[in-house]
Ligand binder design. Structure first.
Ligand code: PLP
Length: 231
């Protein structure tokens, strides 16, 4: 199937799941990491506007390539080291993986004057995996309070990559915890509207648990070939 057919099929799934679980405004983030600009171009032709990238340099090159298309939205969704914050601050519209105040402070300081504030999601390590990035749930409010004070960032919500589970009932344990944290954040702060969770295998459970943004790569663009990508 072509990229445009894949997108149409996923949008259809999102619509029917949204109807089933009485959800509105669930967005699709097309994860384009390792994919060439020709593939992104095809997705744009099909009406897709929001793209997710994991690697700073690769993302910045793509953003520069599509520079003219002002209504595209670029999300940084990979782990970020503090020596690369400047490029993210200068080029991306969103970062979904903030899990340290130091990174947030640098992003705010380095956001160029004249650009809209950088939209921020706090990443939660919801399955408590030692190897994963993200903060523990109890660190959410203290970090959110600090981020809310930074002038060039706009706190929009939460992101998680739960430990993969096959059964929806198992998936919903972590996803349900995220829903509760998101509700809590919404009661404490203005403008919290984005809960980024759900990939191909847990999209249904994620939408049931209130996800507002599902992140899909392979089902849109096909399998990735990491052999061509050195980073
Ligand atoms: C790669 C990636 C995705 C998409 O994964 P697929 O399995 O290709 O759909 C979603 N979220 C994050 C954070 C990713 O790094």
């Amino acid at each position: 199937m072509s990229i445009s057919q894949n997108l149409a099929q996923i949008q259809q799934q999102i619509e029917s799941l949204s109807a089933q679980f009485q959800r509105e405004n669930v967005r699709l983030l097309a994860v384009s990491k390792t994919k060439p600009v020709s593939a992104i171009e095809e997705a744009i032709q099909a009406g897709q506007k929001a793209f997710g990238e994991n690697y700073v340099q690769e993302g910045v090159e793509k953003i520069a390539y599509f520079n003219q298309q002002a209504d595209l939205e670029w999300h940084f969704i990979g782990p970020l080291q503090s020596n690369k914050t400047k490029l993210v601050a200068a080029h991306f519209d969103w970062i979904q993986t903030v899990d340290r105040l130091k990174i947030a402070q640098r992003l705010s300081e380095q956001r160029p004057a004249g650009k809209a504030p950088l939209n921020v999601l706090i990443q939660i390590n919801i399955s408590d995996e030692a190897s994963k990035s993200g903060i523990a749930p109890e660190e959410m409010l203290p970090l959110a309070k600090e981020i809310a004070l930074l002038p060039n960032l706009k706190l929009r919500g939460l992101m998680a990559i739960p430990k993969p589970e096959h059964e929806p009932a198992q998936q919903k344990i972590a996803l349900g915890k995220m829903q509760q944290l998101f509700n809590r954040l919404q009661t404490e702060f203005e403008g919290i509207d984005t809960l980024s969770m759900g990939m191909s295998d847990d999209m249904a459970a994620a939408i049931e648990c209130g996800s507002t943004m599902v992140r899909i790569g392979t089902a849109v663009f096909g399998a990735r070939d990491y052999g061509v990508k050195a980073e």
